[in-house]
Each structure stands twice: as C-alpha cells, then as structure tokens.
Write a protein that binds this ligand. Sequence first.
Ligand code: IPE
Ligand code: IPE
Ligand code: MG
Length: 249
Amino acid sequence: MTVKPTVLQELPVDLQREKLPRHVAVIMDGNGRWAKTRGMPRIMGHRRGVDALKDLLRCCRDWGIPALTAYAFSTENWGRPLEEVEFLMTLFERILHQELAEMMAENVKIRFVGNLDALPRSLYAEIEKSMIDTENNRGTQFTVATNYGGRQEILQACRAIATQVQQGTLEPDSIDETLFASHLYTHGIPDPDLLIRTSGEMRISNFLLWQMAYSEIYITDTLWPDFDRTEFHRALTDYQQRQRRFGKV
Ligand code: IPE
Ligand code: IPE
Ligand code: MG
C-alpha cells in the first residue's frame, strides 16, 4: 500500500501549466491575529509565518512558478512596539542564516528589496551575503520586501532620475516607463501576475505600487500561518479563471 502524501508535491491536475502566473506576490498578513486566537504572543504568529513562507517557496519550485515576492516588513511597520520590531529583525537574520545552505541546494536566487541601508548592520550583512552567494542560481527568483514602501521606492527612483537630468546626462523626454522601472528595486523582475493577500484585508498597504498596475488580486480570509498548498491551489484555480484584458476588449 502506498502512503498518500500529505502535501501536494506535483502540480494539481486541474491547473493548466501554461496558464500559471510567472510571478506571484504575497502580502503575508494575519500573523498577530493567528497568535491571538490561540492565546499566544504575536511573535509566535511571526514564527509560524516563516514556516508558511518556506513551504510556499518550495511549492513554487515544485509547481513551476518562476518568481515569488513576499512582503516581510513595510516602511510603516517601524511604528509597531519596539519589542516586536526587534523580534522581527532578529528572526529575519536567524532564518536567513539558517536557510542559506538550503536555498543554495535548491538553486534559489534571493533578492531583498527596500531601503536596506536602514536595517540593523548584522541583518544587512546576512542579506548581502545571501544575495551574493545566490546570484548565479537559476531556480526560483525569490524576492523579499524588507523595509519596503512603494511610495519610498518611487521617490528614490525620481531622485536618481532627477540627478541625471540635473547633471545633463539624461533628457526629460527620454524618461519612459522602461527607464523608470529600471530605477526601481525590482528591476529585472517581471511585474507580478498575481497578488495574494491573506487575513481578509482589502488593501495593498504600500506594496509594489508601480508594479501591480495590472496584477490580478486574490484575497483570502485565511491567516498567513495557515496559508498552505491547498490554499495556494485555491488561489491559482481562481487566477486561472480570470480574464486578463489589460484595458483591451
Ligand atoms: C503580518 O502579520 C506580518 C508583518 C506585518 C510583519 P501582522 O503582524 O500584520 O498580523 P496582524 O495583521 O496583526 O494579525
Ligand atoms: C502589510 O501588513 C505589511 C506586511 C505584510 C509586511 P500590515 O499588517 O502592516 O498592513 P496594514 O497595517 O493592515 O495595512
Ligand atoms: Mg497585519
């Protein structure tokens, strides 16, 4: 007798491989509420949230989705209690250190986007190491938005472009969408086809404002630590039923 696998390792048969999103972005929300409903401190939710993210990354590899972007910490999240912020920074650093070898083994290419200079030095060092080490990997392109804000990203691009104009190396007429996007943190990564937000909130909370112009949005009430392959399957099924028109008829 064969044992039925508990996780969906293969692409579910009802999903069409050729209609999979090339890039999935996730707003991993609801960690605090997940913990609260269990009478635990919020940080326990963040801990479990890491497990959910690790499995989603593997699932993207298993099912053939080339790019995943996760919102880990927003520029607004500094406004949380210091204890929670410090816990998150330490958690990111520890997990990154712990998972790097496995990401190498699984051929993951990791990139962090956001205002990274403002992060604690020891976290920044881990981030830099992970990006350098995985630079030539050709498996899943995994992007982690940390100290990321969509408005801040657009502003830093504007500043860089304005400087070039001021120096006389760029004509205002040459500023087009391609040039602008090349100044964003996400340059070289295709725009997300699908945005998933957990915990039922109907907002984008300053995430990938430019890049999500035509992303399909899927919102689930499931809290992030409970987001598993079955939930992801549901999101992909929904996505495959969408008719993407890009303004055309
Ligand atoms: C998302 O979960 C994780 C981060 C923002 C770091 P939350 O911490 O926002 O959880 P809720 O929304 O309070 O439940
Ligand atoms: C969005 O979640 C940011 C991350 C998931 C990192 P928040 O919990 O910070 O968003 P709001 O405050 O509900 O808009
Ligand atoms: Mg939240």
